[in-house]
Design a protein around this ligand. Structure first.
Ligand code: FAD
Length: 393
């Protein structure tokens, strides 16, 4: 496969797929290099919620809102093929102080042009009769979206392929090519099948991005943050919106070492419930833990008591690409010219995939960038230029 391209994307998850989609739309020739198969990493071991209320004001919310708009456009284009739905989400408050916190989020999002409705306990149960009767209330965020992450990844890759992009599956990137004069420029990738040269190499390798960046001489601080999901059997009774307990946003923003659990319940098209969610730093360990499963099940039964009559038919683990300041790394790097990062989205990579691909395409094609794009540059981490022999992964 010794060949050339305008851009090479390392990783065929949802972030790599979105980069491929946007770059090929702008007429660039693109090669996607995937170690296993498309959507074989975290993008098939996750939920598919596109939320705004878990975002902090500032760059994160601006990024979320821009991506929501792009998801709406993708939804119009792909619709049911990607499981697109504007299902909204409900923030569930167990106690009065959580309802206060949820109400503040509602007011802040209304200021940003979103819809949000604070719910009394009665209104909450009218919307979701299966919820426990003793809750303090909730907030309905009707603009939140839902997709099937695996199918969305495949649809964006297929759209890129129709514009000429080439996908290389079961083809791990083993090394990066450098300019012959010994400067810091990255000029391509080396795989078992040969080499591809390109002026732009984008690392979208999720939790494995630190390994790839190390090949470019960069020390990036992305770490895996493990999450469990349980799948219930098919249920006759439905929940009508994805439900998230009020403490969820706290677990997202916390960097605590111990296991954090907060209920996330999402109905799939088949009638199963996906129940999450846990967060812990456990390296690359993808084993399922019985203790964590039990903790998630207990939270689920606390909020949805009828679930005690359901069975869990499956459970799985995904690894979120965690970044220390809770923002992804998106854009070029000054330490390795031609090398870009599109990684570190933690638990928001599905939601933020479209804007990430667009920003990468903007950087590469020299298009106008929003102000917040500069906040996301990987160079904000001083560790980037440290000796890469100290990389912790
Ligand atoms: C339990 C859980 C629930 C979640 N729920 C949500 C949610 O509701 N909403 C949301 O927005 N986000 C959610 N997320 C987060 C989201 O899943 C991730 O942020 C997103 O999937 C990351 O996508 P990615 O493309 O960066 O990584 P990945 O999907 O992991 O893709 C990286 C790819 O790179 C490939 N790769 C690695 N090394 C190499 C190499 N050397 N050569 C070639 N290829 C390589 C891998 O095989 C992989 O396919 C959740 C995550 C978890 C774990």
């Amino acid at each position: 496969m010794n060949t050339t391209a305008d851009a090479i994307i390392i990783g065929g998850g949802i972030i790599g797929a979105s980069c491929a989609y946007h770059l090929s739309q702008r007429g660039l020739s693109v090669h996607i290099i995937e170690r296993d198969f498309p959507a074989s990493g975290t993008s098939r071991a996750c939920d598919g919620l596109i939320l705004q209320w878990d975002k902090l004001p500032g760059t994160e919310l601006a990024l979320g809102l821009a991506s929501q708009q792009l998801w709406q456009e993708l939804g119009s284009q792909f619709g049911a093929e990607i499981g697109f739905e504007q299902a909204g989400t409900i923030f569930i408050a167990e106690q009065a102080d959580q309802l206060d916190a949820g109400s503040l989020k509602a007011y802040a999002l209304r200021d940003a042009g979103q819809h949000a409705e604070v719910l009394t306990p009665r209104e909450l149960r009218e919307l979701e009769p299966e919820l426990a009767p003793d809750l303090a209330g909730g907030v309905l965020f009707p603009d939140d979206l839902q997709v099937d992450p695996r199918r969305a990844t495949l649809a964006m890759l297929a759209a890129a392929q129709r514009r000429g992009a080439q996908i290389h599956s079961e083809e791990p990137v083993l090394d990066l090519q450098r300019a012959p004069d010994g400067d810091q420029a990255i000029t391509g990738v080396i795989t078992p099948g040969g080499s591809i040269a390109a002026p732009h190499v984008i690392c979208a390798a999720g939790v494995w991005s630190a390994e790839i960046a190390q090949l470019a001489g960069l020390n990036i601080p992305i770490q895996p943050r493990k999450g469990h999901i349980l799948v219930s059997d098919i249920r006759p009774k439905k929940i009508h919106h994805p439900l998230l307990e009020g403490g969820y946003a706290t677990t997202v923003q916390s960097a605590a070492e111990d296991v954090q659990v907060a209920l996330v319940a999402e109905m799939t098209a088949s009638g199963s419930l996906l129940l999450g969610s846990s967060r812990e730093f456990a390296g690359f360990d993808r084993r399922v833990s019985l203790a964590v499963i039990q903790a998630i099940a207990q939270r689920a039964v606390r909020f949805l008591p009828g679930l005690k009559h359901s069975s869990v038919i499956r459970s799985y683990v995904g690894l979120r690409p965690w970044s220390p300041d809770h923002l992804p790394l998106i854009g070029p790097t000054s330490g390795a010219l031609g090398f870009y990062l599109a990684s570190g989205h933690e638990g928001a990579g599905i939601g933020l995939a479209p804007i990430t691909g667009k920003l990468i395409a903007d950087w590469i094609t020299g298009a106008a960038l929003p102000d917040y794009a500069h906040t996301l540059l990987p160079d904000r981490f001083e560790s980037l230029l440290e000796d890469t022999t100290n990389v912790l992964v």
